[in-house]
Design a protein around this ligand. Sequence first.
Ligand code: PGA
Length: 225
Amino acid sequence: MKKWVVANWKMNGSVKLLQDYQRAFFNSENFIVCPPAIYLNNSTSLPLGAQNIHYESEGAYTGEISVSMLADIGVRYCLVGHSERRQYFSETNAQIRAKSSLCLENAITPIICIGESLGQYEAGKTLEVLETQLKECLPDAEGFWIAYEPVWAIGTGLTPSPEEIFSVHAYLREKLSSTKLLYGGSVNEQNVSGILANSNVEGVLVGGASLILEKISFIHRVAIS
Ligand code: PGA
């Protein structure tokens, strides 16, 4: 079964990286890149996702970008509720729900990020935390994707074991039978095949490793093989 790769550059990258991606991933299947918003408009040969949008559809919000603007330039996906947005920009579950609904209304697939902190993981509260996040973040309409990203695994080089990931994904699958389920958090060339070795893990969301063309190309080859 072919899996998906979503590359999240965060606040990194350059025109040069964009050009490298255009050469490497032109017409690639099951691949989405989420560069910083400033690069979205000149990368039309790539399947694009945004990293964030505003929770209102328009108005006096200096510096922000609306969902309809993304749709206007052909963006088809958007990360919503990434833990860095929650942590550094105080994004709430209610805002994440509003953003996700707006995406779906504009034919953009929201990739909703959920995940527990280290303290919650160590206290064995992962499923409890996810349950609350799902209850409060999910829009009424279907068509969203979910990325399970343990906060403590993001950018740290640490990951849950494949078995732990599979058991979380089995829980998510039980609740969301037809939703695409991704895993994110320190995915690299070494761990990607183990993480994807379960039918409930349908793809990976990749941060750090997506900044190195050879690494993300390798991960994509594993995902679609
Ligand atoms: P990472 O980031 O791969 O650098 O851990 C993943 C993410 O934040 O989506």
